[in-house]
Structure formats: C-alpha cells, structure tokens
Design a protein around this ligand. Structure first.
Ligand SMILES: Cc1ncc(COP(=O)(O)O)c(C=O)c1O
Length: 360
C-alpha cells in the first residue's frame, strides 16, 4: 500500500479513480469514452450542469455567484484576475497580502497591469506565519484585495478570512478549496487550480460574484475573459472535458462523505495527529507557528537536517511517497488533502515515531 503525500498533483480518492477506470471506455452507456464526446453534446451539458449544482450545494453558494472552469491552472488566473479586475476602479490599484511564494508570484503578475500595493508580508520570517491583516491600504480607489487562503509550500493558512469591507476580496484557495467551511459571500472571487482537492492539473475553478463581471481590460485574451467564459458556460473553446468530468466525480464522492462540514472534521483530526506528534518530539520541528498551521500541508524539518535524506528514502521504502519539502523551505512536507485517508496519516505518524526511536 502506497500513500501519496505529494503537494500537487496530489492523490485523488481511490474510489473515484476506480470509478473513472470503470467508466472510461463507456460513458453513460453511450459506448464511447467521456474524452471522445463533444463538449456541446447533451450528455456533456448535463454533466456540466450537475457539476455546477454539486459545487453550489457543497459550499452553499449564494445565488449571485457564477462558476467558471478556466484553462491553465492556478497561475493562469494570476494574470486573468488582474486583467479582469484591475480596471474595477480608475486608479487600477490592488492590495496583495504576501503570505508566500504563490501570493508573491500573483502580485508580480498583477503589477504588469496596474499598481500593486503589498498590504503586508511575512517574507522576513520565511513565511512561517500569515502576515497580520491590515486594512489601512484598502479604500474606495482600490480595485480589489488579494490573499492566498492556504500556503502550500509553507504550511500556513488564514484561519479567519478577513473582512475587506466594500473592496472585493480575491482568494487563491488552490490548496484548501472544499477542505473547510467558508462563507462564499465574503469573496469577490475565489479560485483554485484543480490538482489538489478537485481533479487533474491544468484547469481552475473560478467562483465569481456576478456584479464583478465585465470589467476586463481591452487587451484581455479571449480565453481569459471571465465575462465571455460565463456567457459561454466555460466553453469559449473546447473545454477540458476530462478534467470537468473528474471534478464531477470528486464532488459526488465528497457529497457522499457528508460534504464539507464532515470532511473538515476529518481533516482537522488528520492534521492534529501529525502536529501533536511533532510537538511532542524534539526530533521534528514544525515550520509554521502554531496559530497559523495548515490542515492541508504539514511542513516540518528534522532537528538533525543531515538525516533528512535517510528519512525520505526510508519513508518511501515504507510506502510513504513524496514527502520531500519544497526547495524554498527544505525539510519535509506531508500534504494531506481531502483524499488522504486517516490510515495514511496514521502510517506516517507511526513511521516518524519509529524513525525517531532509531535515530533520535
Ligand atoms: C496556493 C497555490 N496557488 C497557485 C499554485 C499554482 O498552481 P498551477 O501550477 O496550477 O499554476 C499552487 C500550486 O501548487 C498553489 O499551491
């Protein structure tokens, strides 16, 4: 048995992958595969509608929000957000909260289209915490505020999504979408690359408040124009039908598991197993400060860093795959998204205790 702790593309629920395998050659008794039917066929339209409905139900999405499936994964949205939103106000200004690598990349991308103000940053502590939310930069001239709800590389998260008042809030939820309850009415836009809690890489779900559509810069490429995407029900060109189908099956699985409230309880439990074990030991050191720890990415190092390679290779021999940390932090990282079962986390905790006993 192998447990995949990769940060993304990450493991999908095993029952979903089995279902996909079973359905692959014959979708819905059509005698053809989902990847060879038209994106405009009635069968695909039905699938798309069902996927929207499932997502809406799972997050209790208010009626004034639209769901888009956009090509290019999360980083493509870094550009698209700026192009669609920076023009919301004539000053073309946006405030970015720099909580890690991806927030930083998003800010750099936006700076190509307008003025970016860094609301606050935790770079000086190598992002071991979320920067304190400061509202001083937010005002009527500000097009939007931007933050990354979960920082995949550093293992931190915004426990509370701050209130940005009348400034639309844009959130990159790539690594915690559907992992915990969120009040979507707080968001101007929320987006997530699919490769962690949704499905395959290369596509993003974008949830957008309707009144924010239609403000794109003239130079916005056709395929990044959110308004057009909404008007075409995400089929401005041939959609990534396989990815949308996979998302559909993942959402069905999540609903069957009791939805977001239930998965949040499970996720909390999984993360607690690892954090408690790390806190009880002087052999392992967490990267994030206690108050901002992510339930999705547990980032830690060994107090004797020279043992890291041995730790990683022995973990792999024990079926615990892809635990190497990101190069910006070093150490190890256990990504434990929705699909990671409790047993996987327990196996890792047992392995870590054993490793400490032998080498500590
Ligand atoms: C929070 C966050 N934002 C953005 C990205 C970039 O995603 P993509 O590779 O789909 O552009 C990642 C990738 O892991 C991420 O974790």
């Amino acid at each position: 048995m192998v447990y995949n702790f990769g940060a993304g593309p990450a493991m999908l629920p095993v029952p979903v992958m089995k279902q996909i395998q079973e359905e692959f050659l014959d979708y819905n008794n059509m005698g053809v595969s989902i990847i060879e039917i038209s994106h405009r066929s009635p069968e695909f339209t039905e699938l798309l509608n069902e996927t929207d409905a499932l997502f809406k139900e799972l997050v209790k999405l208010p009626d004034n929000y639209q769901i888009l499936y956009v090509h290019g994964g999360a980083q493509m949205q870094f550009s698209a957000i700026a192009m669609n939103f920076i023009g919301l106000k004539p000053d073309k200004k946006a405030v970015y909260y720099d909580s890690g690598n991806f927030a930083n990349l998003a800010a750099k991308e936006a700076a190509k289209y307008g003025e970016v103000i860094i609301g606050n940053s935790s770079a000086d502590t190598n992002y071991n915490q979320i920067p304190q939310f400061k509202a001083d930069q937010l005002n009527e001239q500000c097009s939007y505020a931007y933050l990354t709800s979960n920082n995949t590389i550093f293992g931190t998260c915004w426990k509370e999504i701050p209130d940005t008042g009348s400034t639309p809030l844009v959130v990159d939820a790539t690594s915690d979408i559907l992992s915990r309850k969120m009040d979507y009415s707080k968001f101007g836009l929320l987006f997530a690359g699919a490769q962690k809690n949704l499905g395959p890489a290369g596509i993003a779900m974008v949830i957008i408040r309707e009144d924010l559509l239609g403000h794109q810069l003239e130079s916005t490429p056709k395929l990044l124009n959110y308004q057009l995407c909404q008007q075409k029900h995400s089929l401005t060109n041939t959609g990534n039908t396989f990815a949308i189908y996979t998302i559909n099956r993942v959402l069905r699985w999540l609903k069957g598991k009791g939805g977001v409230a239930e998965i949040e309880i499970r996720n909390r439990k999984k993360a607690r197993i690892l954090y408690e074990m790390i806190d009880d030991s002087s052999f392992y050191k967490p990267h994030s400060i206690n108050e901002h720890r992510s339930d999705m990415n547990v980032v830690f190092n060994l107090s004797e860093e020279n043992l890291l390679q041995q730790f990683l290779s022995e973990a792999k021999e024990n079926g615990l795959y892809a635990l190497k940390g990101h190069r910006n932090v070093g150490g190890a990282r256990a990504s434990i998204y929705n699909a990671m079962p409790l047993e996987g986390v327990q196996s890792l905790a047992d392995f870590m205790k054993d490793f400490e006993r032998k080498n500590g």
